[in-house]
Write a protein that binds this ligand. Structure first.
Ligand code: ZN
Length: 150
């Protein structure tokens, strides 16, 4: 890692645990314009993602789900990071996050305008290939949910 103030694995674990035990934006949205369920059979994770999209922007996010700490923490972080973003920004962030976890080599620098923020805490999942699916479940569900919004 080339970040001068690289945060430690312990802090990463703490962030994941915090999102798992205190998930952000948990619950269905009454105002949802999009709702999609995603499953990860290899681990038994399930997430149902609600989006309220207005004028090309995700104005509100909610999710319910059951699964391992990685899948639920990732859904919670997703909800926090895409809320308020345009659909184009959401797609770019999701693609950037996926590329980050799926690359076998060095983690690429995020494109300009993309804030990785706390999502960095999930980088450690790269060492456990079966858990990558857990971390990507909510993100793949998100991309599928907005697929027709062009
Ligand atoms: Zn899982």
């Amino acid at each position: 890692m080339n970040h001068p103030e690289a945060i430690s694995d312990d802090l990463y674990r703490e962030i994941i645990l915090d999102h798992y035990t205190c998930p952000r934006h948990k619950g269905h949205l009454e105002t949802a314009t999009h709702r999609l369920e995603g499953v990860n059979p290899s681990c038994g994770d399930m997430v149902e993602l609600d989006l309220e999209v207005r004028d090309g922007r995700v104005v509100e996010v909610g999710f319910v789900g059951e699964g391992c700490s990685i899948s639920m923490a990732s859904a919670s972080m997703l909800a926090e990071s895409v809320r308020g973003q345009t659909l184009d920004q959401v797609r770019l962030l999701a693609d950037t996050f996926k590329a980050r976890l799926l690359t076998k080599g060095r983690i690429p620098e995020p494109p300009e305008g993309v804030e990785i923020g706390e999502l960095e805490a999930l980088d450690g999942v790269r060492a456990y290939p079966v858990r990558i699916k857990c971390a990507l479940l909510a993100w793949n569900t998100l991309l599928e949910a907005i697929e027709d919004e062009r």
